[in-house]
Design a protein around this ligand. Structure first.
Ligand code: DGJ
Length: 746
């Protein structure tokens, strides 16, 4: 791994053993993009990659610079309006109304390791030899502003982290109207744009479109990354699949309004940009101030989408998530939400916890409804003290009772919101985001607190910290149940209203930072009406996130499959809930629900005391299975094998780091009859070793070499291929699943 700068050619090369990223100072002294892809030699002059052919008729040049037009240049951080007409990476509004700039190379520094980004979540290293960083300083002398382009290349990951800092060295005040975290001009447009989009309860469905001349983009203007789109896209070659082919991933470590965009120009150059959504963004930069963008992470794969995802999984699991829970197996929990909703007493909760303890659960989580006057969603939000009718001995009392059962205790909060019927709102009506004299809309009867104001964040911090200090709380579910409307802060002047969306998220990060620092032993799980803020920004503080409110076994296959394109299994909150399912009203076997939830952090979201003895015995078995294998599932290498977006059957696989154990989850949504013979090729095994394969960790299917399992495949033909019998367990049903456990023979 290294970063080199050739003073003669003014070329920068960031590389590790597998990837290269090349740039150079162009002849107008701006920075040009040369190449991002598989590793190329370091000691070459790649200046020939600056293609300057100025097409006739429509090119604009400066006097004395004939033959050079930015319109035809592949650039690193382009501006608009000065010979380039494409969408720029940034815009700075100057006092005279101009947005024209000319940022040219001034200096650079290269250092080992990686610096922190002030106030923002970002990837990190534990030792300086894990990564090298390049910072290129650009300056526009006329306005005396600097732009610092930051690049980190990792030794063990095929990833480049990028961000940008703006520095106002002048006496003027400027407005940054657009500040993307990265811009990358790729030399052709032969790509599919892959996005992960949906809605509440169908988050992160994979959707592919072929790039075409024009603009393809996704984003959020909802104040959170959202259920609708995720801040992650892949540009893949049309023939790239899970196992082979070229792909570039781009993921933004940010939880607010974002934009991910690919603009294909008329010469088939693709300009990829990603960052804070510029819509209504307007950041006032006063003399001496700096502005730091969130970090974006580019990943390159020459061997398919599984490899691309695995890079993100490992990078985000080990060098984005942090804290003591990062590397630990996650506790198997029971959450009372779907078991009771708001209708509970302490005794009822303790009963659920007791049954849960009997079957092997490790943690009880008390969800919404334990505080203030919160007995429905119409009141109490914002009043973070125990409701004594429900918890007569405070949070401490119930925590002690749960601990006495030898269970950990976890608690739900929704810290960014208030009901109007709350002490908080009655005392501070101006603490919600609202426009004076206009109606303010609500979502689920709740209003969004103005987290752009430090005093609001301080107030919430004090209340929460007091509770966390008072009782043995080992887990927090941090929920956020609505998008932001009427985004306006009465605490800021007119010229700073374009900052509020971003300042809100900075306030959220500030609160997370303070709480995770003071209570490092607590495991945080983020949540936003299910998966409405499942993003890398949250993952930095909370190593797991509630993947979706939709806990139906069948739906979850798609949701978890889509989520797996960038987020690790260890980050996906996955629970078994009752049937008929509360979102889909579908009946699926307990087995399927467990077989899907294993590929996550695993837990239950139902009243176990209402299950039959037979079902409880099955739950016990599920928990034992998860305890046996969670280390491999949560920390192993994950492969997608068969997509639920393509058909009736889905499958995925995890392989332990030393290739000794592998687990396949195999799901058939609807039963079929006289079906085809089926086999599925596995990955990641040691081809020279033999493996024993068993079904559901019970019935041994046989022993096979790794080579057979990977090249010929695992036979998954099931009873529906003519072997149906009427005996229980000897035929398939709808919503049928199997777990194949594959162990290296000694
Ligand atoms: C939305 C979450 O996604 C649910 O799991 C639950 O915590 C409710 N909020 C509680 O209001």
């Amino acid at each position: 791994m290294g970063i080199t700068y050739n003073a003669e050619t003014q070329q920068f090369h960031l590389f590790n053993d597998r990837i290269s990223y090349l740039m150079k100072v162009l002849r107008n002294n701006q920075i040009g993009q040369l190449y991002f892809g598989q590793r190329v030699p370091d000691n070459e002059d790649y200046s020939y990659l600056v293609e300057e052919s100025k097409r006739p008729m429509s090119s604009y040049v400066f006097e004395g610079e004939y033959g050079f037009s930015l319109e035809h240049m592949k650039q690193e951080y382009p501006s608009h309006g000065s010979t380039d007409f494409r969408i720029p990476a940034f815009e700075i509004l100057q006092p005279n109304g101009s947005r024209i700039t000319n940022f040219i190379y001034k200096s650079h520094q290269i250092y080992s390791g990686k610096s922190k980004l002030a106030g923002l979540p970002a990837t990190y290293v534990e030792n300086d030899d894990e990564a090298d960083t390049l910072e290129i300083v650009l300056c526009d002398e006329l306005i005396n502003v600097e732009i610092i382009l930051k690049y980190t290349i990792f030794k063990n990951f095929d990833a480049i982290a990028r961000s940008v800092e703006f520095k106002n060295c002048s006496d003027n005040t400027y407005h940054i109207m657009r500040a993307m975290s990265l811009s990358l001009d790729l030399p052709d447009a032969d790509y599919d744009f892959v996005q992960f989009s949906g809605w509440w309860s169908r988050e992160r469905y994979r959707k592919d479109h072929r790039l075409a001349q024009g603009i393809q983009s996704i984003g959020s203007l909802r104040g959170h990354s959202s259920h609708v789109h995720n801040p992650f896209i892949i540009l893949k070659r049309p023939n790239t699949d899970e196992a082979q082919g070229e792909a570039v991933g781009c993921s933004l470590i940010y939880s607010g309004n974002f934009l991910a965009q690919a603009e294909v120009d008329t010469f088939n150059v693709t300009r990829l940009t990603m960052g804070i959504n510029p819509f209504q963004f307007d950041w006032q930069l006063k003399s001496g101030e700096t502005f730091q963008t969130p970090e974006a992470v580019l990943v390159y794969s020459s061997s398919g989408l599984n490899a691309l995802s695995q890079t993100y999984h490992k990078l985000y699991r080990t060098r984005l998530a942090h804290g003591i829970w990062r590397d630990r197996e996650r506790p198997i929990l029971i959450n009372n939400w779907e078991a009771t909703y708001f209708d509970f007493t302490e005794d009822k909760l303790i009963n659920i916890a007791k049954t849960a303890k009997d079957v092997g659960v490790e943690m009880f989580v008390l969800d919404d409804g334990w505080f203030g006057t919160r007995t429905s969603d119409t009141s109490g939000l914002g009043d973070w003290w125990a409701n004594k009718d429900r918890l007569p001995n405070d949070v401490k009392g119930i925590a002690e009772k749960i601990n006495a059962l030898d269970l950990k205790f976890g608690l739900w909060f929704e810290l960014e919101m208030a009901n109007k019927d709350s002490e908080l709102y009655r005392n501070h009506p101006d603490w919600i985001l609202h426009v004076p004299n206009r109606r303010t809309s609500h979502g689920r009867n709740q209003y969004v607190l103005d987290f752009s104001r430090i005093e609001v964040v301080d107030y919430i911090y004090d209340l929460v910290a007091k509770i966390l200090r008072s009782a043995n709380i080992e887990y927090i579910k941090w929920d956020m149940n609505r998008s932001i409307t009427e985004c306006y802060s009465v605490a800021y002047p007119a010229e700073q209203q374009g900052e509020i969306f971003h300042r809100y998220i900075l306030g959220v990060y500030d609160l997370y930072e303070r709480l995770t620092n003071e209570f490092p032993h607590i495991l945080f799980e983020s949540c936003a009406s299910g998966g409405g803020r499942f993003d890398p920004g949250m993952l930095y503080y909370a190593p797991q996130a509630w993947t979706s409110d939709d806990s139906d076994g069948v739906e979850r296959i798609k949701i978890q499959y889509g989520t797996s394109y960038v987020y690790p299994v260890s980050s996906m909150g996955a629970h078994v809930s009752v049937t008929p399912n509360h979102q889909l009203f579908r009946n699926t076997p307990l087995k399927l629900r467990g077989d899907v939830a294993y590929f996550g952090t695993f837990g239950y979201e139902l009243d176990l005391s209402k299950l039959s003895d037979e079902e409880l015995a099955e739950v016990k078995e599920q928990i034992n299975f998860m305890k046996r294998y969670r280390n491999i599932i949560q920390h192993g290498t994950f492969y997608r094998l068969k997509s639920p977006f393509d058909g009736n059957i889905a499958a995925w696989l995890v392989v332990s780091e030393k290739k000794k154990t592998a687990i396949v989850g195999y799901y058939k949504v609807l039963n079929d009859i006289c079906s085809e013979y089926r086999r599925i090729k596995l990955f990641g095994l040691d081809e020279s070793r033999r493996y024993e394969v068993s079904i559901d960790d019970k019935t041994v299917l046989g022993t096979f070499s790794g080579s057979e399992l990977m090249n010929i495949g695992l036979i998954t033909t099931d009873f529906s291929a003519g072997e149906s019998s009427r005996e229980e367990g000897q035929h398939c049903t709808d919503f049928w699943s199997r777990i194949y456990v594959i162990k290296m023979a000694e």
